[in-house]
Design a protein around this ligand. Structure first.
Ligand SMILES: Cc1cc2nc3c(=O)[nH]c(=O)nc-3n(C[C@H](O)[C@H](O)[C@H](O)COP(=O)(O)O)c2cc1C
Length: 188
């Protein structure tokens, strides 16, 4: 299996990206935007991207390094996941703007017809967010909102986080048993 580019942008919910990084381990190349650094530190007990890659064995790429591996269409990259995805990054993608490594790697995924998954978070959404999501979805991008389901009867915050991470892994084609799967027997 090839590498996955994991972008952590500055929407709330950095913990979803951190958990995904833990599961992907050394298969991930991680890009954290400037705002993503802030939300990660604020929401994840001061965690830095450097500490995250030390823990997971992933490679950390510099968001300002537009010449990094993830920026290239010829690099052996399987998929790009933006988790969480801010309204700013979403808007740039909908406008075709690749002005940093995070947005460039996602635009490259679109042009190379690679799997691109975004996990937007905002509440409420502005019409521009909704229109941008619809645009990206129409272009083949998978939009997984950071909205965990409750039908598995979550017992903890970890369960809620894993619900979203499991859906991302499903769409990356990666086997996982992070959550119970619906069997159809539950309401019998
Ligand atoms: C604590 C904090 C929480 C934020 N939460 C969100 C959010 O949930 N959704 C969002 O779209 N932007 C959120 N923002 C604003 C983004 O960080 C900001 O729009 C920034 O331009 C995003 O840039 P990036 O896409 O390069 O990371 C938040 C900012 C801070 C400081």
């Amino acid at each position: 299996m090839g590498e996955i580019v994991l972008v952590i942008s500055g929407a709330s919910g950095a913990i979803y990206g951190v958990r995904l990084a833990e599961i992907l381990g050394s298969d991930a190349r991680i890009v954290v935007t400037e705002s993503g650094r802030l939300t990660m530190a604020h929401e994840c007990e001061g965690l830095t991207p450097e500490q995250l890659v030390e823990k997971t064995g992933a490679i950390l790429e510099n968001n300002d390094d537009i010449a990094a591996k993830s920026a290239s269409g010829s690099a052996a990259i399987d998929a790009v996941v933006i988790c969480p995805c801010s309204g700013t990054t979403l808007g740039k993608l909908a406008a075709g703007i690749g002005d940093n490594l995070a947005t460039r790697s996602a635009i490259v995924a679109m042009k190379e017809r690679r799997n691109l998954i975004i996990v937007p978070r905002e509440a409420p959404y502005a019409t521009v967010h909704l229109e941008n999501m619809a645009k990206l979805s129409g272009w083949g991008v998978t939009v997984i909102p950071a909205s965990p389901g409750f039908y598995n009867l979550p017992q903890s915050m970890d369960d809620l986080i894993d619900f979203i991470v499991a859906r991302i892994l499903d769409h990356l084609g990666r086997d996982n048993d992070l959550t119970k799967r619906w069997t159809g027997e539950e309401l019998q």
